[in-house]
Design a protein around this ligand. Sequence first.
Ligand code: UDP
Length: 432
Amino acid sequence: MTELEYKEIILNKFKKQKAIVNWFKLAIGKFFQLIFILLIMLLFTIPIFLILCFRKMFLGIPMFSSSTILGHNSKIIKITTFNLKGHLLKHFSLIYQLLIGQIHFVGNSFLSDELESDENILLISKFGYPGIFNLWFIRESTKIAHEGLIVTELEYLATKSFKRDLSLIIKTFPALLFRSSEQSYQEKLEIFDLEFDNISMKEGLTLIENTIDSDKKKKFFFVNPDCMNKLYKDDQYFSILEKADYIFPDGIGISIACNILKTPLLENVNGTDMLPFLCEMSEKKNYSLFLFGAKPGVAEKMKKKLEEKYTNLNIVGIRSGYFDWDRDSSSIVQEINDSQATILLVAFGVPLQEKWISENFAKLKPNVLMGVGGLFDFYSGQMKRAPKWMREIGMEWFFRLIKEPKRMWKRYIIGNPLFIYRVYKWKKKKNR
Ligand code: UDP
């Protein structure tokens, strides 16, 4: 949904809410909130306070740190948090603000008071409250592709409900596991000597746009832990990836590896999340797509679905990914070139798609050559994709494992721990 659509929902929703204030519900909510605050105080605030007292006495480390944030109705609030790295623990000092309702358990993220002049921020602060548990924290921790801070905050307000708040609290705990304590991002990251681009989804799309608009031809590949395990053993695949123009990091496993290497990942940029943005951009800029891959009939189904959703999208060709590599490749290249597609999506799975693109690179004419794995299966409905809440807690791989245990058990049950083990081994070897 767009920024504007979210804003409209928010305005309607809060108008309705004002009209029907249910005092009974409000009182029950306040009662449970009070009980919850007392519990937090007993379980966390008091023990943390005592530990920090000792730390101050023996090590001289300050107990608190202070800052100002933007509160409800643009009020600037001074907050004093515990001087700790952990997101939740440090905010358990805010008992007083929780009690007087300046800060909520679940709400928008703690926005900087310097953003006050932004029109969207004003709207967020008019209807929202800063919350210790917030959607932005989850999105940032699990690196799930998002449309930036403002849209995430608007999305929260537009979709806010008791159920959603509860699920936000639950989702925060796995998100804590994936959060990196480092918050400075490098432009390039390296795992197993392969350099990849540490960019956001938006930046990835700009790279695609620039490639087409400047009439260049570039290879865009995604790498996930399974790809990393494959390139660890497959020199040909490694050298193909080394020669790619852009490598995008895909999957929670890459984010965990980046945390281990202390070079945090900015965003999980995968083909499935990128597709809607790519289609919107293609509609606007009149780019054309060729869908090449998957079993017969799948690309066709995908084309139909895409054309229903993006009515101005120009899909100029489709082809299944099962063919005689040596005999048919040159006629397929010809077919793709004749279609005058600007973007070619190749979906044969890793590393076949990267190998085919590299072998035929010189002859292919589309500006963007992209390997997209199982994307056509997902989009055509052939294969169900994990629900958003599962992706938000970094469990998409688990969903795929359940859906196709026979094919996926090696990839995930053996592959995931093997990848992490190799990351540690590589880190030691590189003295990092
Ligand atoms: N595929 C293909 N040609 C082949 C082998 C596979 O088009 O020779 C397709 C297959 O039908 C599936 C995709 O490639 O649609 C691979 O999906 P997978 O889920 O393995 O991809 P990944 O996990 O690498 O994204």
